[in-house]
Design a protein around this ligand. Sequence first.
Ligand code: ATP
Ligand code: MG
Length: 468
Amino acid sequence: MNILLVEDSQTDAALVQRFLRDDRDPHDVRVVRRFADFAVVVEGNSFDIVLLDMTLPDGEGLDLYQRAREVAPTLPIVILSARADEELALAAVAAGAQDYLLKGHVDGVTLKRALRYAVERNRMQRRLENGLAELEHQRANVIRLNAQKNELIATLAHDIRGPLTAIVGFGEMLAEGSLEREESIKAAETIVRNGQRLSTLSDDVVALSRIELGELELDIEQFDFAALVVEEAESRLTQRPIRFVCDADDTMILGDKRRLRQSIDNLLGNAVKYSPNDSPIVVTLHGNSRSLTLDVSDRGIGIPSAELEKVFDRFARGSNARRAKIAGTGLGLFLVRTFVERHGGRISVSSTPDVGSTFSIVLPRSGAGLSVRGVVVLASDRNMREGAAYELRTRGIRVRELTAVDELATLDPTAAPFAIFVDARIADGDRLRALIPQSIQAPPIVEIPSHFLGDELVAALREITEAQ
Ligand code: ATP
Ligand code: MG
C-alpha cells in the first residue's frame, strides 16, 4: 500500500512508520511535514491513502482537512490527531474523512486494519458516486429526449391541423355542389395536395420510429429508378413546373423502392416548399455503370452556409424556414440521408441564399447497401462510447454498447454483430477475438475514429461491405 503521511512531528512520524513495518505486507510510506509539500507531492504520485495530522505549521483542524480534500478529492484521507475532540472528529467524518484516529490509541495492528478498511470504503464510495453521476447523466438525457419528443408532438399537431382544415373545407364546398367547374377542379387539387402532405407526414413519422427502434430493414428489388423519379415528379406537376433531364442510358437499380420513393418525395417536397410559386424545379439524373446521381434544384430561398451541415440532422429546421414561417418537422432530410446511406449512397447539398439549392444523392446500382445487422461499440470512455453509439443510432443502426473488453464474452451467439468498433487504445484485435464466443463468426474489428463522427463511422461500415 502506498501511504502519504502528513506529519510535522518527527517522533510521531517515526512511530507510525514503525507501526506500519511489515515484511509480509510491505507498506510504502512517504512523509511530508507541511500542507504545502503535501499539495505538491500528491499531484504527481499515486498514493492509496493519506494519513493526515490535524496540526501542521501551515494549517490545522477542519479547515486543513477541507483543503486537503480539495487537493486530493478522490483519495481516502484518514486523520491521525492528538486532539480527543469528538465534535471535530464527527465534523471531519461528515465532511468525507474516512476515519479519525487518536494518537496514542492505535498500534500497528489497528492502524493497518484501519487503513485497509478506509481504502476499501473509499473504493465503494467512489463506485457509488460514479453510479450516481451515470444516473444523473442518463436522467439529463431522458429529459432532453422528452423535450424533443414534446416539440415533435406539438409540430405534428400543427402540421396535421392545417391540411385537414383544407381537406374538410374544400370537401364541404364540393359536396354542396355549388362550385363552378374550374373552381371544383381547384378544390379537388387542393384536397389532393393536402392529402399528399398528410401521407408524407405519416410515412415520415413511421419511418422515424423504425429508425429509432433500430428496425429499419431495406426491401431490395430491381427497378427502373428513372421511372420512379418521373412518377414522383408527375404527381407534383399541379404544384410546379418540373423539368426532368436524364442522360443515363440504363437506369435500373437494386434498392428499396418504397424508401427511395420517400426520399425523392421529400426532396421534391422541399424544393416546392422552399421556393416561390411558379418558380421551376429541375430534376437531373446522371449515371454510370456503378452509380446513379439525382440532383434536385430549385430557385428558392436557399440555405445560409453556416447551416448547410446541420440540415440533415434529426429535427433540424433552418432559420430560413422559420423566418419564412414555412411549416415542417425537420424530419425529411434526416430520413433521406438515413435511407440513402443505408443503400450505401451519399447525400450532399449546395445552396446560396435567395438564389436556390441543389440536393444531390448518389446511389450505388448494385444494391451493395449497408445491410448492417447491428454493431458493437466497445470503449470505457463514456464520451467516446455514447458519442459513437449516438451517431450510429441516428443512422438507424442497432448498437450495443460495451464498457469493458471481457463483456465481449456476453455477445449473443445467435445475433453476431456486423462489426465491432473499439477505442483505439484497447484495439488489440487478437486479444479481443479470443474473447468472442467461439460460436460467433468473428466480425471485423474497427478502431473508433478520433472524432467519432457519423460520416467516418458509416464510411468504415461501407468499406467492410465493399470488401465482403
Ligand atoms: P419536414 O420535411 O419534416 O416537413 P422540413 O422541411 O423543415 O420539415 P427537412 O426536410 O429535414 O425538414 O429540411 C431541414 C431544413 O433544411 C428545413 O427546415 C430548411 O431550413 C432547409 N431546407 C431543406 N430543403 C431546402 C430547400 N430546397 N431550400 C431551402 N432550404 C431547404
Ligand atoms: Mg422537408
